[in-house]
Design a protein around this ligand. Structure first.
Ligand SMILES: Nc1nc2c(ncn2[C@@H]2O[C@H](COP(=O)(O)OP(=O)(O)O)[C@@H](O)[C@H]2O)c(=O)[nH]1
Ligand SMILES: [Mg+2]
Length: 215
């Protein structure tokens, strides 16, 4: 998939609010500071004119942002979770917004879940994947900041992380917004999903066989 056009389409802060349109949505989720804004900007080739805000101070975003890509789908930027010191009220607000949005019948057709390649998945990461499975929303995982790993760390992590996430190795895409690794694979997976939607066949649940397959 080639990125031809990207436009900011809107923001919702209430899970039941009107969506900016009826295009299929692919949402991006992950804990704060995992590299989500960087991944989105890399994916959309927004290295100078940034779409998603890259922050050194995580845990601020409290909204769901929609970007219209190629007039074909909405890329949806979900607020990050799991920032250690947030008050309970803020965590409740997050859950209400994100769970409310994810479970909408007109909500996302798939979710790209981000996990830091250097860290073990948190309970929140696993909860999110379980929640998506319970909603039957296809998911795959992008392992962010893969450039920070040495060769041997990398091969160990690529072996252990899919198992820790309960996924097949093909459902886990190593990604770096620094080197661009994983960009083409992720875009191809998104293209596959959208083509399946165009053809009216939902992506088959269960273990995929291709690189970047949806779970
Ligand atoms: N080396 C490296 N650093 C990254 C990568 N992605 C993000 N970062 C850094 O990680 C920090 C958090 O990134 P950001 O995209 O704002 O994370 P977000 O909170 O999930 O949106 C920033 O300092 C980024 O420069 C990556 O792929 N490689
Ligand atoms: Mg961000």
């Amino acid at each position: 998939m080639k990125i031809q056009s990207v436009e900011y389409a809107g923001t919702i802060v209430d899970p039941g609010a009107a969506l900016p349109g009826s295009l299929p949505q692919i949402a991006f989720a992950g804990r704060s500071n995992v590299g989500k804004s960087s991944l989105i900007n890399t994916l959309l080739l927004r290295t100078r004119k940034k779409m998603a805000h890259v922050s050194a101070r995580p845990g601020k975003t409290r909204a769901v942002n929609f970007f219209q890509v190629n007039d074909r789908f909405f890329l949806v930027d979900l607020p990050g979770y799991g920032f250690a010191k947030v008050p309970d009220q803020m965590r409740d607000d997050w859950a209400r917004l994100v769970e409310g949005y994810l479970s909408r019948p007109d909500g996302p057709r798939a979710v790209v879940q981000l996990v830091d390649a250097r860290r073990d998945p948190t309970e929140s990461d696993l909860q999110m994947l379980r929640y998506l499975a319970s909603l039957k929303v296809p998911a795959l995982v992008a392992l962010t900041k893969i450039d920070k790993l040495s060769r041997s760390e990398r091969s160990t992590r690529l072996r252990t992380l899919p198992e820790a996430l309960g996924l097949a190795p093909e459902q886990v895409i190593p990604f770096s917004s620094k080197t661009g690794e994983g960009r083409e694979v992720l875009l191809a997976s998104m293209d596959d999903l959208l083509s399946d939607l165009d053809g009216g066949t939902p992506p088959s649940p269960g273990v995929g066989t291709t690189k970047g397959g949806w779970a």
